[in-house]
Ligand binder design. Structure first.
Ligand code: DOR
Ligand code: ZN
Length: 359
């Protein structure tokens, strides 16, 4: 058995569900789940109710975060048809612009080039345009980024063809970054029959060949981000289950097990989950925000007892050999041996320094 103290994780893709989704997650429960998973900074997605598509909704949500958050939080603005100038004007208070090009949960979607082009023209250069782009839309995103001199970050890459194109775009010198979600690294279509709706998310699980390609191209991946997308078990059992799975609390146990299995070095784990996302997104993370992990003893990820409000995991039952012992935020212990010790408001609203962005 060994213990390690790592920098707190920086998760650039989390659904905190505020405003309008408090039955699925709140700022309090979502950031508690983050701390339980060793995550000290999260970037929250704008597909809320109402969506975060204007300065008024963004500023109200950030004010709520400032009083409620247990870890550090930034929020994305969402691209809609016709809001390019409004979101660009509020860009410095957001962690980036999120563009949904493919099927997902909620109404936020960009369906035409005429709706998308103004965003690539108006969004400030050097700030991230994060795209839910699958298959051909990965090429759309990379092409528009190239034409308009914008940095594009491809969210939750899940397919062999996609990661190969992104690797080629990077080799060609384009400003393209990407993230991969743990469920696309540790689950595949082989798990669908067992998991049912609990294994349904967007992008859907890939084939075992897709999973193998993601592992083989990990050098082209900038961040591992959870796409933590909580929905209640009642919703998941309904005839039209919403897509998405929680992930904040299971990422480190899964990745530490991969380290134990020799699939990943501990140094690369730290880069993918903390130092590179912080550097890429221009986040100044406090050096005293840490996670102490224990590696070695085998245990089983449980069905219940999670901090995330819906209290389930698609990884329940998985044997793992890593666990979070303790999380500190700016030197204060906020998660200790299975106990939340943070007080509301210990988290801060993140600020972003475009000048500090590392390519
Ligand atoms: O599975 C997903 N769920 N994919 C998304 O892109 C959105 C997310 C959600 O908000 O539930
Ligand atoms: Zn998402």
């Amino acid at each position: 058995m060994s213990t390690h103290i790592l920098p707190g994780l920086v998760d650039v893709h989390v659904h905190l569900r505020h405003p309008g989704g408090a039955h699925k997650e709140t700022i309090r429960t979502g950031t508690a789940a983050a701390l339980a998973g060793g995550v000290t900074a999260v970037l929250g997605m704008p597909n809320t109710q109402p969506p975060i598509t204007d300065a008024g909704v963004l500023d109200a949500a950030l004010a709520h975060v400032a009083t409620e958050a247990l870890c550090d939080v930034g929020l994305y603005l969402g691209a809609a048809d016709g809001n390019a100038h409004e979101v660009a004007a509020a860009a410095e208070r957001a962690c980036g612009l999120k563009v949904y090009l493919n099927d997902t949960f909620g109404q936020l979607r960009i369906e035409t080039l005429a709706a998308l082009r103004p965003h690539f023209e108006a969004w400030p250069h050097g700030r991230p345009i994060v795209l839910h782009a699958e298959d051909l839309n990965v090429a759309t995103a990379i092409g528009l980024g190239r034409v308009h001199g914008q940095w594009v970050h491809i969210a939750h890459v899940s397919r062999a063809e996609e990661i190969r194109l992104i690797a080629a775009a990077k080799d060609a010198g384009l400003h393209v970054t990407c993230e991969v979600a743990p469920h696309h690294l540790f689950l595949s279509t082989d798990d669908l029959a067992r998991l049912g709706a609990l294994g349904d998310m967007r992008p859907r699980l890939g084939t075992p060949a897709d999973v193998a390609a993601l592992w083989a191209h990990l050098d082209a991946v900038d961040c591992i981000a959870t796409d933590h997308a909580p929905h209640t078990l009642v919703e998941k059992a309904s005839p039209t289950p919403p897509p998405g799975v929680p992930g904040l609390e299971t990422t480190l146990p899964l990745l530490l097990t991969a380290v134990e299995d020799g699939r990943l070095s501990l140094e690369r784990l730290v880069e993918l989950t903390s130092t590179t996302p912080a550097a890429r997104f221009g986040i100044a993370t406090p050096t005293e925000s840490t996670v102490e992990v224990e590696v070695g003893p085998e245990w089983t990820l449980p069905e219940r007892g999670w901090q995330t409000k819906p209290d389930w995991s698609p990884f329940a039952g998985t044997r793992v050999r890593g666990r979070v012992v303790r999380t500190t935020l700016r030197g204060a212990t906020v998660w200790d041996e299975g106990r939340l010790t943070a007080a509301a408001g210990t988290g801060r609203v993140l600020t972003f320094d475009a000048a500090a962005v590392a390519r």
